[in-house]
Every structure is written in C-alpha cells, then in structure tokens.
Design a protein around this ligand. Sequence first.
Ligand SMILES: [Cu+2]
Length: 156
Amino acid sequence: MIYKISPNPSFPKRGIHRKARRTIFLILFFMLAGVAFTEEVTKARKVFKAVVGSDGAQRVEITAGEYFFDPDYIIVKVNVPVAIKIKKKEGITPHDIVINAPEAGINIKESLSTEPKVIIFTPIKTGKYPFYCSKKLLFFKSHRSRGMEGVLDVIE
Ligand SMILES: [Cu+2]
C-alpha cells in the first residue's frame, strides 16, 4: 500500500490557530478586566477624614450593620489619639470590630451594640490597616467576606 502524504501544508493552518489563540486571549483579557472593573465599582469606599477636636483627639463615628461599616475608609493622623464612637444598627445579628495592627500600636477587638461605644487608641506608625467584623455564623460566609471590612489609613 502507498500512503500519500497530505499535500496540504500545515503552515497556514498553524497561522489560523495562532490568530484564534490571540483572539481567545484578548476575549479573556477583556473579560477579566471587566471583572476587575466591576469589583472596583462595588468596593467604592465611604471615606472619612478625622478632624482633631478641641480635646486633642481625632473623632470618628462609625455605624455597623449587615454587612458594612459606614464609613469604611478612615483617615487619621499618626501619633494623635483617635476616639472611635461606634454602634451597630438594630437587629439580632451580632457584630464586632477588630483592628489587629500591633506594629502601629493598635490591638482592638470589641463587640458592638446599639448603644455607642468609644474606642480610644493612638496609632504610632503610618500605613493602611484593615478593620473588620470577625463574626461568622456556622457554615455561612464570614461577615468580613460579605463586606464588613474597611481600611484605617494612618497618615503623617
Ligand atoms: Cu458582623
């Protein structure tokens, strides 16, 4: 038997594959970019810049609820005492606030109630430190992953 070698050269075929691959890559790229963009939009922060009161403390008021902190991007000055007055909205779901930044002299874990609590600390190092709610019910997603987190931005 004689086997004929296909006269159809593979070169142009490969070229088509390359094009297809590039198209697929571009489609994936824009899909991912789209996802990243959406993420950015949904994570728009409520920014609050603390002002130093007559007593020398920077005052911040936060309300917590399902599932947010308002504001959730708080800017404070380094080496100036911060007084956070925080309460949670009515409801049976328990919430707390955690800021675990020992390098900045901050180590907070307070459960929240509808009665405002005042948390006082002095940040000793600039940087962005996360704060969040550590509550999680059984197999459900943590409050943090549902959006109960924010940033404490300590600036010069
Ligand atoms: Cu919570």
